[in-house]
Design a protein around this ligand. Structure first.
Ligand code: PA5
Length: 451
């Protein structure tokens, strides 16, 4: 199987070879810290050997559960937020027909939808409207079981399902993915007799896409989870040891060398709109892992060429604090050619007969040259095609690099203490029991924030 390629030539001279080499020396220590579990956050290293340790019986169970939901439902709603949502969304968007959402739902090949990833009243209203009168199931995903956003969505959708098909049938149409023993969702699932899958204790949300959290929704969408895991297993072995050929080490070192040289913002760039949500997954992975102790590269993303017509000006000539990591997909899955036109009023007959992807590739090359010329370092990651295997490779590549990179930066890459701040205020403002003191304290501050 083809492996992933990484090209740092057009980033190296911006950061300087010495800085990069120093980072490579440090990476040897970061990799052993990760593998020996001697660093901060070592309770959350279950993802490191997860691909190769995934038992066949788990994949079989997930596929069998997915088949039941596929047979019974026109829609399956995945309820979850953050790490309990983004991985599945990323893989399903990358592998599905771009217009899948506009095709009529079919029992046997359900549409996978998402809820509980926001608190939009219109969003849940519109979703309920769409589901009304249709057969649907729910995959509820929450490690803690008490996250507000999915808890609200799950409660509303479960009530709707009971009203539509009765309590007994509802129990068969809900699958819960949660902690093995603890938490509100575990208690409810055990009480109601839902089919459940476990989120391993030692795998944090943003590293959980290769557990049932991602695998069940991906299987329900009809994609091959065995190939996805195979891709990840391949990358696990390619990134095992410290070496100049270890692509995760190269990426982690290059981005940290750039950060040290003043490049504070990383743009993950794709030239394939199917990767939009892959970037959203990546942003959570790196943002939550590295943005702490007042440090960390700000992870941002753009979809090209679309965003060249909006963000292109800033990238070409704005403040020189950015670098780009381009994910380039070598081989498109289909073939479309540009027709000739007798009048040629738009002047594009010179492209007639060419594949759309040939134009896209020249846009990619032209953009990289322009951005490098404009002072933007470019790291290029190439995969052969967009399929389950390469997505498995990419997922594990970015996870492994994230662990190395966090230790190079000197933070605990596996906690997210900052995420609690908004929750504490929200609970105080909503008068959650147990937050009485905080409610009183925040009352005095409301005036200066509200209109
Ligand atoms: O990465 C994380 O840990 C978070 O993004 C969580 O995944 C997210 O907050 C959802 O938490 P939970 O699965 O407990 O509902």
């Amino acid at each position: 199987m083809k492996t992933l390629g990484i090209d740092i030539r057009h980033a190296l001279y911006f950061a300087g070879e010495n800085r990069y080499e120093a980072m490579e020396e440090k990476a040897v220590g970061a990799i052993s810290t990760l593998d020996e579990g001697t660093g901060a956050g070592s309770d959350f290293l279950g993802w490191v050997k997860l691909p190769s340790a995934t038992p066949d019986c788990l994949l079989t169970d997930i596929k069998a559960t997915a088949d039941i939901l596929r047979k019974e439902c026109e829609y399956v709603v995945c309820v979850g937020i953050g790490g309990s949502y983004l991985g599945a969304k990323a893989v399903i968007s990358a592998l599905s027909d771009s217009f899948a959402d506009y095709h009529a739902p079919v029992q046997g090949n359900p549409k996978v939808l998402f809820a509980g990833q926001n608190i939009g009243e219109e969003y849940i209203h519109d979703l309920k409207n769409l589901l009304s009168g249709h057969t649907f199931g729910i995959i509820v995903i929450s490690k803690s079981g008490t996250t507000t956003e999915p808890a609200i969505a799950f409660r509303m959708l479960k009530d709707m399902l009971v009203a539509q098909c009765g309590a007994d049938k509802t129990r068969k149409l809900i699958v819960a993915i949660t902690d093995e023993k603890r938490g509100a969702l575990r208690t409810l699932a055990d009480q109601e007799g839902y089919k459940t899958f476990v989120i391993p204790d030692n795998v944090g949300g943003r590293f959980s896409v290769l557990t049932p959290v991602g695998l069940l929704p991906i299987a329900v969408a009809g994609h091959d989870i065995t190939k996805l895991i195979a891709g990840a297993v391949g990358m696990e072995s390619d990134t095992l040891r410290p070496s100049a050929d270890n692509p995760a080490q190269t990426y982690a070192c290059m981005r940290n060398a750039l950060y040290e040289s003043g490049k504070k913002i990383e743009l993950l760039v794709n030239f394939n709109p199917k990767l939009h949500y892959f970037s959203e997954w990546w942003k959570q992975l790196y943002g939550e892992s590295e943005g702490k102790d007042h440090k960390g590269i700000f992870p941002a993303s753009v979809d090209f060429t679309t965003d060249l017509h909006s963000m292109g000006q800033w990238i070409q000539q704005g403040e020189r604090t950015i670098f780009e990591t381009v994910i380039s997909v070598k081989q498109p899955a289909v073939e479309e050619r540009i027709p000739s036109d007798a009048q040629n009023l738009d002047g594009i007959n010179y492209l007639a007969g060419k594949r759309v992807d040939e134009v896209n590739k020249m846009a990619e090359l032209g953009t990289c040259i322009a951005h490098v010329d404009g002072g933007v370092p470019v790291i290029r990651i190439e995969v052969h095609s967009l399929d389950e295997y390469t997505l498995g490779q990419l997922i594990y590549f970015f996870e492994r690099a994230c662990g190395i990179s966090g230790y190079l930066l000197g933070v605990n890459p596996f906690d997210q203490p900052g995420v609690e701040a908004y929750k504490k205020n929200m609970f105080a403002l909503l008068g959650k029991p147990g937050y009485e003191k905080e409610t009183e304290a925040i009352a005095a501050r409301r005036d200066s924030f509200e209109s």
